[in-house]
Design a protein around this ligand. Structure first.
Ligand code: DHB
Length: 596
């Protein structure tokens, strides 16, 4: 497997398709041979941003074509590029279309024609009858009509101004065709969300299986950060192509998320957005199993098992809910602050060596006042919920904590150690850390909410710092946060991360060595429990962290490599180990290395 990191590719050809769209052609055998219609690649405009773009064509001889519409800063700047300029590419990512039946109708709106062009060409290779309905405001905006025709598709056009084809919306054209008796075994659609929602309404009524290519804000591109959440699905990993039925129990067509993760309505012409319109569809209640070998009590909280996701692997409550259903014994939110933050430009997350990643998301979060709904969604799973919070001053942290304790949370985790924000991490100022922890304790402890403090190896004396936190009122220490790093693109000699400073934090496999050592040191110094995080990929890692002194085990990078299946696998491996070695409960392992 190639590393999940942008690699530079020369622009081989550029073609202006219409006023808005240019086709970029690259040569990459590696990307082309893996690409399926509906998948996307991440396109890095060095020093500017990295954006997801659907694959418009990928051929066996390595040609990769993408359509870029100039609609934002990054795409406008890409339009200034010339043949021979270098662009970073990685992928392909996501789940593409699955073709079904002999007669397929593809409904394209605007640059949504791009992935359908690739799908249509592939479908024609297996001799299917393809009808393409392409809609645009005006004939000058039509895209890839010639390419569809050249690959043998029957193309029908609609324009809103009537400059070509049917005058009106492409969804009206679809309805007309279906009511005239034409039959299809499948519909594929890509275009503006409200258009696709209407397509789904029509095809549901007509009972035609439908696949939809959805667009959301994509940051990491590989299922780590959860920015592209749609009803608990990660569009970058679980999509972008979904069966229409999968979308029925989501907010598809109703609301989406901004870069910060804040919810915004999709419907146009709505002046006042009612709160209720931004709600999720509630999942069913989930009660976890408290397994005798794995159940754990920490800070007075009963955990069904001692695993959890690490902070940062999910903004959305629905995604946290999915971790719990997969088997996590607790869930941890993205770090939430007082104010909404959209985070840094991409690249924000990539792989630097196998299973080790660097991230610099930039603390994107909707702000604590907007976070209630996420917590309520997560709480449909009855596992302990840890709210990760941050703030740069006592005042800010006090305000965050005052709002946080009104939510149905089980624990706070104060993130003292994000290694790359524009303000210094609080862990570099032990006096400030002490004041903040006292402040938060005064607010949270009367409500029975314990506080963990998350520290990193980026300070000289983590155990001394942890002791300071304990004395100030911390109930647990979470260790370790990511290790400061600054990866450089060698040919361009610029940082790869979009963070203006180029700094990020390294997570994953390589973190476990240092993490286990620090947990060992913490256990020697502290009376409070330790929550381990850093490079946990196997039961062996959990056991080593436990022997060194940790009681709860958070997992981040392994979720990128393995996905939700990580939780059931690790639980089984742990139980096998405990039974084989005569332990009655995982708690008996905790701190064993210190009793030898
Ligand atoms: C982010 C990264 C971290 O390592 C962390 O502890 C908190 C936040 C981020 O970039 O958002």
């Amino acid at each position: 497997m190639p590393l999940n990191i942008p690699t530079l590719h020369k622009i081989e050809e550029l073609k202006t398709e219409n006023e808005e769209v240019k086709t970029f052609k690259f040569h990459s055998l590696e990307i082309a041979k893996e690409s399926e219609p509906g998948q996307f690649i991440m396109v890095w405009n060095p020093g500017i941003d990295e954006i997801p773009i659907s694959i418009a064509e990928a051929t066996p001889n390595g040609e990769v074509e993408i359509a870029i519409a100039a609609i934002g800063d990054c795409t406008h700047s890409l339009h200034q590029k010339q043949v021979g300029d270098l662009i970073g590419l990685r992928g392909p990512y996501g789940k593409g279309f699955t073709l079904q039946g002999k007669r397929i109708c593809m409904v394209a709106g605007g640059y949504g024609a791009a992935p359908l062009r690739f799908a249509a060409r592939r479908a024609k290779e297996s001799d299917k009858h393809i009808v393409v309905l392409e809609g645009a405001r005006s004939s000058t905006e039509l895209l890839y009509i010639e390419e569809f025709e050249r690959s043998g598709c029957e193309v029908r056009i609609s324009t809103e101004d009537g400059s070509e084809g049917y005058k009106g919306l492409v969804t009206e054209l679809l309805e007309k065709i279906l009511t005239s008796g034409e039959e299809f075994e499948q519909i594929l659609t890509c275009g503006p969300e409200l258009m696709m929602e209407r397509v789904c309404e029509i095809t549901r009524r007509e009972r035609i299986p439908t696949q939809v290519s959805v667009e959301r804000i994509i940051k990491c591109g590989c299922g780590a950060c959860g920015s592209c959440d749609l009803g608990g699905y990660r569009v970058c990993k679980d999509g972008p192509v979904f069966d229409a039925e999968e979308l029925e129990r989501t907010e598809f067509g109703k609301w989406k998320r901004e870069k910060s993760g804040k919810r915004i309505a999709i419907k146009r012409n709505v002046s006042a957005i009612k709160e209720a319109e931004l709600l999720s569809i509630p999942p069913s209640r989930f009660t976890p199993e408290y397994e005798p070998l794995l159940k754990t009590e920490v800070c007075g909280i009963d955990f069904p098992n001692p695993t959890a996701n690490a902070a940062g692997f999910g903004v959305a409550g629905n995604l946290l809910y999915r971790y719990a259903v997969a088997g996590a014994g607790a869930v941890v939110t993205k770090s939430v602050g007082l104010y909404e933050r959209e985070g840094y430009p991409n690249p924000t997350f990539f792989e630097v060596s196998p299973h080790s990643y660097v991230n610099s998301m930039g603390l994107p979060n909707p702000g604590i006042k907007n976070y209630r709904r996420e917590i309520e969604d997560a709480k449909y799973a009855d596992v302990p919920l840890v709210l990760s919070i941050f703030g740069k001053s006592e005042e800010e942290c006090r305000e965050v904590a005052k709002i946080a304790i009104k939510y149905p949370i089980d624990m706070l985790e104060f993130n003292a150690s994000c290694p790359h924000t524009e303000f210094a991490a609080v862990e570099h100022n032990p006096k400030l850390l002490s004041r903040i922890i006292k402040e938060i304790s005064n607010i949270a402890h009367p409500k029975g909410i314990p506080i963990a403090v998350k520290i990193s190896p980026n300070v000289g004396d983590p155990a001394g710092l942890a002791l300071t936190a304990e004395k100030a009122g911390a109930d647990a220490i979470t260790a370790i946060n990511t290790v400061m790093s600054r990866p450089i693109e060698p040919a361009l000699d610029i940082p790869i991360l979009g963070n203006p400073t180029g700094y990020g934090g390294k997570s994953g496999k390589e973190l476990a060595f240092g993490g286990k050592k620090i947990v060992f040191e913490l256990y020697e110094e502290l009376r409070i429990p330790i929550i381990a995080v850093g490079g946990i990929f196997s039961a062996k890692d959990v056991i080593e962290y436990a022997k060194n002194g940790a009681s709860v085990f958070q997992v981040g990078s392994a979720l990128v490599s393995e996905g939700f299946d990580f939780f059931p696998r690790i639980k089984k491996e742990l139980k096998d180990y405990l039974v084989a070695n005569g332990y009655k409960n995982i708690g008996e392992v905790v701190g064993e290395a210190h009793r030898k």
